[in-house]
Design a binder for this molecule. Structure first.
Ligand SMILES: NC(=O)c1ccc[n+]([C@@H]2O[C@H](COP(=O)([O-])OP(=O)(O)OC[C@H]3O[C@@H](n4cnc5c(N)ncnc54)[C@H](OP(=O)(O)O)[C@@H]3O)[C@@H](O)[C@H]2O)c1
Length: 246
């Protein structure tokens, strides 16, 4: 939390405001919880038909219904926000991810911390080393999903390319395979998929959300694309700290 000097000289705390774009999904709702726990004012954006999924937070957050790639919706939602947490989903074939990312990049305050979610398949510098299994899934699922007009992985790739190229204070968090379950604490991360610490390829969704929210105040993650893994997974326990990961 930032502090400001009150007129009488005493320090007072200034409540920080964060926007969660895609708040009604599984990851989004975990992020809402973590953000409220940390005392943030929370604004959530979700599709109009999904507003009911946020009923548990009635009276504690502001909900702005709308498509997350609607520039007017995003402009209203991020106004005055110190941070924006964006769930990038490659759903549909109408550049939903790219439109969402671009709207956030264009409308968030220049000094705002921007944190985006995606999967390990996104690479920032081409130095990631992928297992045959992940390569096969992307190769098979990508075209099939596009053909069925269900999802477009290339859209998430383009969205992240635009984030990487922007001069905003961004972090792109790359999630491993996910599972439900109690928190194991803040995930470990590495710059490159293929590093031994990530080998277990498993993170609790609640901890993915924790990492996203924690990144808001971790300046070491500005302009990083951390690939994350659960703190209690075998590879994390075996390799933590040996290769520069946290
Ligand atoms: N699932 C995995 O195993 C996995 C692995 C690694 C990384 N990730 C990343 O984690 C993040 C969250 O993914 P998740 O799989 O866990 O799902 P999730 O948190 O449930 O989020 C899904 C999001 O997609 C929206 N959505 C669903 N159908 C849509 C449609 N037809 N058009 C537009 N939006 C639609 C949902 O909105 P509504 O609430 O309105 O339906 C929700 O905001 C993503 O960035 C993903 O790339 C996921």
């Amino acid at each position: 939390m930032e502090t400001a000097q009150a007129r009488d000289g005493a320090e007072r705390s200034v409540k920080q405001k964060v926007c969660i774009v895609g708040a009604s999904g599984k990851l989004g709702r975990y992020m809402v919880r973590h953000a409220l726990d940390r005392g943030y004012d929370v604004v959530g954006v979700c599709r109009p038909g999904s507003v009911g999924k946020l009923d548990a937070f009635n009276g504690r957050i502001t909900v702005i219904p709308g498509a997350t790639d609607d520039r007017d919706v995003i402009a209203r939602a991020v106004a005055g926000c110190d941070g924006v947490l964006t769930v990038l989903v490659p759903r549909g074939v109408h550049h939903y991810s790219t439109g969402t990312a671009q709207a956030v990049l264009d409308h968030a305050r220049p000094a705002a911390r921007l944190v985006f979610s995606c999967g390990w398949h996104i690479t920032r510098d081409g130095q990631d080393v992928y297992s045959w299994k992940l390569k096969a899934i992307v190769r098979a699922f990508g075209p099939l999903a596009k053909l069925a007009r269900f999802a477009d992985l290339d859209d998430q790739v383009e969205a992240c390319r635009r984030v990487f190229a922007s001069d905003t204070r961004w972090t792109v968090v790359r999630g491993s395979d996910l599972e439900e379950g109690d928190s194991q604490g803040l995930p470990l991360w590495s710059r490159h998929v293929g590093d031994p610490v990530l080998e277990s390829n498993r993170t609790r969704r609640v901890d993915f959300a924790l990492f996203m929210v924690d990144a808001l105040t971790d300046d070491d993650l500005v302009h990083e694309a951390p690939a994350i893994v659960g703190r209690q997974t075998p590879s994390a326990l075996a390799h933590a700290g040996r290769d520069g990961s946290t």
